[in-house]
Design a protein around this ligand. Sequence first.
Ligand code: FES
Length: 143
Amino acid sequence: MQLDELYREVIMDHYMHPRNQGQIEGDALSIDLKNPTCGDEITLQLHVEDGVVQDVRFKGAGCSISMASASMMTEAVRGKSVEEAMKISDEFRKLMKGEEANEELLDDLEALSGVCRFPARIKCATLAWNALDKTVKNSEKGE
Ligand code: FES
């Protein structure tokens, strides 16, 4: 199987069977974020305890890239410390710029590496990650 084909399968699998979709019952940090270019929206919720992302859920509608990226992001950061989650987010942004990124940290997220060749889709792939970063920043500011 070609790498491109494998990557396409990973993306479609997350799009068709999104992980961690839904809502957290109870205490959670929450944000609604829109992709300004298409109007698609995501709601992200994080439950952080002792500096660790104990639970993370998302809701929203969008293209396959945005939904797959959201699903993969939740899998990547669940159970990680907030610090580690932010490190993964930084590496993902490098991947989207076509820069060399830490493959070990990114793991399955490498499947989205091809997106950097389509600038219009980068906003789709980073929507959930922007929501993650904003949620963490807001919580640090106590909002
Ligand atoms: Fe709207 Fe991709 S087209 S998020």
